[in-house]
Design a protein around this ligand. Structure first.
Ligand code: NAD
Length: 275
């Protein structure tokens, strides 16, 4: 069910379905989205400093009356804040905006080449100080993970990547699994582009579920944490209605076979860092 979790390599339980809030407006819009999600059973919210809506996320959690310790709250250090000291400061500011005294998961948002190792040392320190229950990365390809792990004292607990049927990156999933790095999907709905594709309509009809539900269920059956974004109450509710059916192995393989290595977001290999 919606409160189900995957267990991270340090034993922390991470709810496998969360609410993404990228492009949800700070203030009422994001606070409402978080409130509705928590009211209907979500226990995991994915934000980032660069989304500029951490204040609203904090408000939404507060007004839901769900106890802080029952919600898995994730944020990320932005590229321009990378480096040891600046990451520690950025973390403090995120906590202030969220009005919290700890995070459940803090991620390195992108692998800024000359800096991500110093950034990681700061996350290790935050983890040791128990300011955060788990630490991880986002948008790290295999060579970047290998490079980081060479000097890391703590293996990342999570790698949050763009993932959907047109960008599977199975090699990276396998690598992460081998190292007990939990794989997590961003843009699981292809930023909304999934709804235009004919092959998904067919699957939706077969299972009598929505296209979003088919694709999110596919994430979970592959053992991947997923965080669909919506600020619309009905969609927030229906995106979590994925626990009353199961895709056949054949259909999971079919969705995998749609892979065309196509990104809707930036390429971690050559993302422009400077904004
Ligand atoms: P998504 O794939 O979740 O798609 C969101 C879009 O689909 C929105 O336009 C929404 O209105 C629409 N939508 C959602 N549910 C729908 C439904 N049931 N029916 C019809 N339309 C629906 O895209 P995303 O927001 O890019 O990704 C999800 C989350 O992942 C983000 O909110 C953010 O938290 C995270 N993310 C992380 C990174 C990163 O670099 N780590 C990058 C992008 C996003």
């Amino acid at each position: 069910d919606i409160s189900g979790t995957f267990t991270l390599n340090n034993g922390v339980e991470m709810p496998y379905l969360g609410l993404g809030v990228y492009q949800s407006k700070n203030g009422q819009e994001v606070a409402n989205a978080v409130y509705w999600a928590l009211k209907m059973g979500y226990r995991h919210i994915d934000t980032a400093a660069i989304y500029r809506n951490e204040d609203g996320v904090g408000q939404g959690i507060k007004i839901s009356n769900v106890p802080r310790e029952d919600v898995f709250v994730v944020s990320k250090v932005w590229n321009s804040d990378q480096g040891y000291d600046s990451t520690l400061r950025a973390f403090e500011k995120s906590l202030e905006r969220l009005q919290m005294d700890y995070l459940d998961l803090y991620l390195v948002h992108w692998p800024v080449a000359e800096k991500y190792k110093d950034t990681w040392r700061a996350l290790e320190e935050l983890y040791r100080q128990k300011n955060v229950r788990a630490i991880g990365v986002s948008n790290f390809l295999r060579h970047q993970l290998e490079d980081l792990m060479e000097s890391a004292k703590i293996i990342p607990m999570v790698n949050q990547m763009e993932f959907h049927p047109h960008l599977v990156q199975q090699d990276l999933i396998d690598f992460c699994q081998k190292h007990q790095i939990q794989y997590e999907a961003w843009s699981p709905l292809m930023q909304g582009n999934i709804f235009d594709l004919r092959e998904f309509h067919h699957l939706a009809n077969t299972y009598n579920k929505s296209i979003a539900q088919i694709v999110l269920r596919y994430n979970l059956q592959k053992g991947i944490v997923t965080i669909p974004k919506s600020a619309n109450r009905e969609r927030i509710i229906s995106n979590a209605d994925v626990f009353d059916f199961e895709l056949s192995k054949l259909d999971v393989d079919y969705l995998d076979s749609m892979d065309r290595n196509h990104r809707f977001g930036p390429d971690p290999e050559n993302f422009e860092w400077s904004y």
